[in-house]
Write a protein that binds this ligand. Structure first.
Ligand code: ARG
Length: 273
């Protein structure tokens, strides 16, 4: 018989069409179904940490954000159905590592350290770090982090960036499970500064005018980074998904999504160089 994997849709886009053009059938109801599943494209499991606006965040019970829209475009281009799950940062990394999800999208920086454990798509977003600090704390560059109480999200490149300045295991660094929690700690005075990705820092400042925070970046101390979609090492879908992403970047879809979220044109040259 004809096999079709259950069209689970996605947790974020109920209207997504069945990109396989197959009808909905229960998966694995007979022995044949599971065998033939290899020929059909399976429903990909995607992990994220949806506390990182504007890339991924919760809004009225749904995961939304730039990454979420980009993911939808890439999956449509590649012809996959998928399920996006808000796993949290550390569990997401672990789930991608172990292969219990097929990929992760979460403003994830591509770096050499992670390349030892994971595979990545082509880069899709350029980022650097930014310091968000409470008014009056007086930070003009990253060196001023020395002696300040700093909040970061555990296991992020922002944490690495802060440690590079004030030293690893510095007692002044507090690590939080999410970037949103680090911002809360800033707001209630537990920390004086947060180091995170520049676009996320700027979004927080914009959305919280009453929080009385300032932001500063530092080209000398903070390197430029690129986000990529993350896969288990040696995943068989890397090339397929990565070239779908490249197509979406080239064919104008990426630019449309970018403009919707950021209100300006992306610098595509920065991604391809
Ligand atoms: N770009 C940084 C990193 O890869 C932070 C990403 C955090 N993303 C998130 N959804 N919390 O380490």
């Amino acid at each position: 018989g004809i096999l079709a994997l259950a069209g689970c849709g996605t947790s974020t886009d109920e209207t997504e069409s069945d990109t396989n053009g197959s009808s909905e059938t229960e998966q694995g109801t007979d022995g044949q179904a599971t065998e033939q599943a290899d020929e059909e494209k399976k429903v990909l499991q995607v992990g994220t940490d949806a506390a990182f606006a504007p890339f991924e965040f919760m809004e009225t019970g749904e995961i939304v954000g730039f990454d979420v829209d980009l993911l939808a475009a890439v999956m449509e281009e590649a012809g996959y159905d998928y399920e996006l799950k808000n796993l949290g940062w550390d569990p997401m990394l672990e789930s991608v590592r172990s292969g219990s999800v097929d990929l992760g999208i979460s403003g994830i920086t591509i770096n050499d350290d992670r390349k030892e454990t994971y595979d990545f798509s082509v880069p899709y977003f350029q980022s650097t770090h930014m310091i968000v600090f409470n008014e009056g704390v007086g930070i003009t560059n990253a060196n001023d982090l020395e002696g300040k109480r700093i909040g970061v999200q555990t296991g992020t490149t922002g944490a690495d960036a802060a440690e590079k300045i004030v030293g690893q295991n510095n007692k002044n660094i507090s690590k939080y499970e999410t970037t949103a929690l680090a911002f809360m700690a800033l707001q209630n005075g537990d920390v004086e500064a947060v180091v995170t990705d520049n676009v996320v820092a700027a979004e927080y400042k914009k959305n919280n005018p009453d929080a009385k925070v300032e932001t500063v970046t530092d080209e000398d101390n903070f390197e430029s980074e690129f986000y990529g979609i993350m896969f288990p090492k040696d995943s068989e879908i890397v090339d397929e998904i990565s070239s779908a992403l490249a197509t979406v970047i080239e064919n104008g879809t990426y630019t449309e999504i970018y403009q919707e979220w950021f209100g300006e044109e992306p610098n595509l040259d920065a991604l391809t160089n």
